[in-house]
Design a protein around this ligand. Structure first.
Ligand SMILES: [Zn+2]
Ligand SMILES: [Zn+2]
Length: 551
C-alpha cells in the first residue's frame, strides 16, 4: 500500500493580493478553498477583473468534492460566477457568505442550478477523504470562518482572513481555545493570512471606528455621507447604530449597496431600529442634520454612487457645502489615483471629508504581527505555509514563524501554481503547474491574453497609425500615395510635413518592391520603414497597422 499524501496547489493569492484559490488533493479526492477575483493593476488596460486559471482542474472534475468559501469578500467569492458554470460542484459556506454569493451569482444570471450549501460557523462537512470543521474567525466581514481540515496525512489549519478583535461589532471573536486544543493534539500544517504581516503590534478594534462615527453623527452640521464596501456589513451596522442614536435617518444609495443591505437584513446580519432606514422618496424637505447616506464608492469606482454624487451625476443627491463625507475604507493597491481624484472632487464641492489619513474612519480586517505570532504559538504546526499576500508579506510572515520557533526548513513560500506535497513527516515542493491570470473584460472571459494587453499598453503609450494602401487588382501595383490616419501619436496639423514625408517614403519603398500581392512581406516592410522613420523623428513607437485595399 502506498503511503497517503496530501498535495496542495495554490491557483491564486500567493505572491499577489487577491483571487484566492487553493486546491487540496488526497487519495483521489479534491477540495477547493475559496474562488476569488483580483482587481486589475494599472498596466492591465481596460481589463475589468482578473480570476484564477482553472485549467488544471478541468480534466479532474469528477474528483472535485466541493468548494469551501471562508467568507464573502470578493477576493474569496468573486470568481465563482465565472467558474461555477465550468465546474458545477457544490459550494459550502456560512449563511451570510451564501447570501453574498447569491447576490453576485444573480448579477451574472448564474444562480440557477448553483448548489449552495450552508454550514454553521462551527459546523462540519465531510468531502471524500477530507473532514472539514469550520471555526469562527473575526474579520471585517461577519460569519467569516477558518478551517480545520482532517486529511489522511494529518490536521491542516487554514486561518481564512482573520484578526483577533476581542470586541468585534458583530460576528464573533476568533475561537482561540479551539485552536489551542488542536495545537496540543498536533497540527501538521498551518496556512495563515499574511496580508498585514508588515505591521507590528495589534490591529485596532472595530470599536475605534464606532467612536469616530458616533462623534461625526453628533457634530456634523448637515448631511453625513458614508462610503464603504457593500460587503463591509459590520461597518454598515455601525453607521446605522450611530445614526439611530442621533435621530438621523439612513438612506441606502446605489444598487449593489441596496441589494447587500436587503439580503443582510433578511438573514439577520444587519439590524435597524424601526424607522431608521428610509426610502429616497422621503428625502424632500427633510432637515439636513437628520440625513445619512450610505453608498459605495470608497475606491473611487467611476460608476459608484459616491463618485456620481461628487460629480453631479445624481441631481437630488449631489454633494454640497455643509455635507460631511466619510470614506470608510483604505484604497486597494492600484486604486489610489481614483480615490485621490474622488477626494479632490469632494473637497471642491465644499464638503468636509474624512478619510483614513486624517481620521480613524477605518480599521482593516487582518491581523498584525503580534496576532499572527499568537496564532502560530497556539496552533504549533509542524509545517507552515504563509498565504494571502505579496512575496514580501509571505517572507515577513515566514520570519515571524521562525521567531516563534518553527524551523526555517519547515516553512514554504509559494507562488501560484507551485505543487507542494506533504506526508505525515515531510513536505516538499514537487512541481509547478501553469496558474496565470484569466482576464475578464466586459462580457468576455479569458479571450484577453498577454498579446491584447501588450497592444493596449502600446496604444496607450504611443498611439497608432493606420496605413491604407490602395493596390490595383489587375497589375498588383500601387495606386496613388498611401493614406495615413493616426490617433494618439502626433498632432496631425503640427506634424503635417512629417506625415507627408512618410507617405512619400512609402511610395518609394513599395514601388521598388514591384508586385504587392505578397501581403505578408508588404505588411512587414511598411511597418519596418515607418517604425524607423517615426522613431527617428519623434522617438516614439506608435502601433502601425497597414491595411490593403484592392481597387
Ligand atoms: Zn477578507
Ligand atoms: Zn481576503
Amino acid at each position: 500500500m502506498t503511503k497517503p499524501k496530501l498535495k496542495i496547489i495554490p491557483l491564486g493569492g500567493l505572491s499577489e493580493i487577491g483571487k484566492n484559490m487553493m486546491v487540496m488533493e488526497s487519495e483521489g479526492d479534491i477540495i477547493i478553498i475559496d474562488a476569488g477575483l483580483m482587481f486589475p493593476s494599472e498596466e492591465m488596460f481596460g481589463v475589468d477583473l482578473v480570476i484564477p486559471d482553472i485549467n488544471y482542474l478541468l480534466d479532474k472534475r469528477e474528483k472535485i468534492r466541493g468548494i469551501i468559501i471562508t467568507h464573502g469578500h470578493e477576493d474569496h467569492i468573486g470568481a465563482l460566477r465565472y467558474l461555477l458554470p465550468q465546474l458545477d460542484v457544490p459550494v459550502y459556506s456560512t449563511k451570510l457568505t451564501q447570501g453574498l454569493i447569491s447576490v453576485k451569482l444573480k448579477e451574472r444570471k448564474a444562480l440557477a442550478g448553483a448548489k449552495l450549501r450552508v454550514v454553521p460557523s462551527n459546523g462540519r462537512v465531510t468531502l471524500g477523504k477530507f473532514r472539514i470543521d469550520f471555526f469562527p474567525v473575526c474579520h471585517s466581514m461577519p460569519d467569516s470562518v477558518g478551517l480545520i481540515i482532517h486529511t489522511p496525512v494529518g490536521i491542516v489549519v487554514h486561518s481564512g482572513d482573520f484578526k483577533l478583535d476581542y470586541t468585534p461589532v458583530n460576528g464573533r471573536p476568533t475561537d482561540l481555545s479551539r485552536l489551542a486544543q488542536l495545537g496540543a493534539q498536533g497540527v501538521l500544517l498551518l496556512l495563515s493570512d499574511s496580508t498585514y504581516a508588515e505591521l507590528p503590534g495589534y490591529t485596532p478594534s472595530e470599536r475605534v471606528v464606532g467612536e469616530t462615527l458616533d462623534r461625526v453623527m453628533a457634530d456634523a452640521p448637515g448631511r453625513v455621507i458614508v462610503a464603504t464596501f457593500s460587503s463591509l456589513v459590520s461597518r454598515i451596522q455601525q453607521v446605522i447604530d450611530a445614526a439611530a442614536k442621533y435621530q438621523r435617518r439612513v438612506f441606502i444609495v446605489g444598487r449593489s449597496m441596496s441589494d447587500t443591505v436587503r439580503m443582510a437584513l433578511e438573514l439577520g446580519y444587519l439590524t435597524a431600529p424601526e424607522g431608521v432606514l428610509a426610502q429616497l422618496g422621503e428625502l424632500r424637505g427633510m432637515p439636513h442634520n437628520r440625513i445619512v447616506f450610505i453608498a459605495t464608492g470608497s475606491q473611487g469606482e467611476p460608476t459608484s454612487a459616491l463618485v456620481r454624487m461628487a460629480s453631479r451625476g445624481y441631481r437630488q443627491l449631489h454633494v454640497q457645502r455643509g455635507d460631511t463625507v466619510i470614506l470608510s475604507a483604505t484604497p486597494i493597491p492600484g486604486n489610489e489615483a481614483l480615490v485621490n481624484r474622488t477626494l479632490d472632487n469632494l473637497f471642491k464641492r465644499g464638503a468636509q471629508v474624512l478619510y483614513d489619513k486624517v481620521a480613524q474612519v477605518h480599521v482593516h480586517g487582518h491581523g498584525s504581527q503580534e496576532e499572527l505570532k499568537l496564532l502560530l504559538n497556539l496552533v504549533k504546526p509542524k509545517f507552515f505555509l504563509p498565504i494571502h499576500g505579496e512575496y514580501r508579506h509571505l517572507s515577513l510572515h515566514a520570519k515571524l514563524a521562525e521567531s516563534v520557533g518553527i524551523p526555517k526548513s519547515n516553512t514554504f513560500i509559494l507562488e501560484d501554481g507551485d505543487v507542494i506535497e506533504f506526508s505525515p513527516q515531510s513536505g516538499k515542493i514537487t512541481g509547478k503547474i501553469s496558474a496565470g491570470n484569466v482576464y475578464v473584460d466586459g462580457l468576455s472571459v479569458g479571450d484577453i491574453g498577454r498579446v491584447v494587453l501588450r497592444d493596449r499598453k502600446m496604444l496607450s503609450r504611443d498611439g497608432m497609425v493606420v496605413v491604407i494602401i490602395a493596390v490595383n487588382r489587375q497589375t498588383g501595383g500601387l495606386v496613388g500615395r498611401p493614406d495615413i490616419v493616426s490617433r494618439g501619436f502626433v498632432d496631425t496639423r503640427e506634424s503635417k510635413d512629417m506625415i507627408e514625408e512618410s507617405r512619400d517614403l512609402l511610395v518609394q519603398t513599395l514601388n521598388r518592391g514591384g508586385h504587392l500581392a505578397e501581403w505578408g512581406f508588404v505588411n512587414a516592410k511598411v511597418r519596418e520603414v515607418l517604425n524607423n522613420f517615426y522613431y527617428e523623428q519623434t522617438k516614439r513607437r506608435p502601433m502601425i497597422l497597414p491595411v490593403m485595399v484592392k481597387v
